[in-house]
Design a protein around this ligand. Structure first.
Ligand code: G3P
Ligand code: MG
Length: 240
């Protein structure tokens, strides 16, 4: 499968509805998105804790109300191409997901700030939209993933990691996860094959080169997470 990393972020402003629309139209199987909490407890889709890199705002998302966050432009670096785009909320994305069948990997960005209550809020929204079968919860904070399963054992979780975790498929099973999301630098063929044999899915990130995409499709990796879903789909078609 092909998951569009922050939407089609290689071609469109990351984590915006523009990037999600592009991923859907390109034929991606799913999205990978990042979530943070505003100071009034709204779940907003943004990679960084701060507004500075991707918008014309400044400061921490956790210190802003949703109303304030909505005044900023999330496509300010692409303004000539795309004009103004708001930072979307998870609720807005879920409304849109109701009209298609994309999968959605929600990365809880709760390593820098713990965002108490984030797990409950995200899961409540998943359940009220009946998206349990279409979401995967991931995080670099594995305590948070265990907490998610305590709240909703039916959900799929996937630990993210960047370093050389020893036998990550054993570890995943131990924390109740059904998948692992390794950085490509630590996703060796051995890790991928062993995990898949053990019934644990593997979705490495961020796979942008043709050679890497071809290799992962050839060895039967479960999915890739890429900034360029359109390119990945073309390569998957050529290799099938
Ligand atoms: O979920 C895969 C990937 O997004 C993890 O790293 O920093 O791009 O959110 P990052
Ligand atoms: Mg992410």
């Amino acid at each position: 499968m092909i998951f569009a990393h922050r939407g089609s972020s290689g071609t469109h402003p990351e984590n915006t509805m523009l990037a999600f629309e592009k991923a859907k139209n390109a034929g991606a199987d799913g999205l990978e998105i990042d979530v943070q909490l505003s100071n009034d407890g709204e779940i907003v889709i943004a990679h960084d804790e701060k507004l500075d890199r991707t918008t014309n705002g400044k400061g921490y998302i956790k210190d802003c109300s949703l109303q304030k966050i909505k005044t900023y432009n999330a496509s300010h670096k692409f303004v000539e191409q795309y004009g103004k785009t708001e930072i979307p909320t998870l609720k807005e994305l879920f409304d849109w997901l109701g009209g298609n069948d994309l999968l959605c990997n929600i990365e809880l960005k709760n390593s820098v700030f713990r965002y108490p209550g984030m797990e409950e809020k995200v899961i409540r929204l998943i359940k009220s939209n009946m998206l349990e079968e279409r979401v995967i919860l991931s995080s670099f904070n594995h305590y948070s993933l265990v907490q998610c399963l305590q709240i909703a054992p039916e959900l799929e979780t996937a630990p993210l990691y960047r370093d050389g975790l020893f036998r990550p498929w054993v570890y995943a099973a131990q924390i109740g996860a059904r998948a692992i999301h390794p950085n490509i630098n630590v996703a060796s063929d051995y890790v991928i094959n062993s995990a898949i044999r053990a019934g644990i899915k593997v979705r490495p990130y961020t796979i942008n080169s043709k050679a890497s995409m071809e290799h992962l499709f050839q060895i039967g990796c479960s999915a890739i997470i890429t900034d360029f879903p359109e390119k990945a789909i073309r390569i998957r078609q050529q290799n099938s």
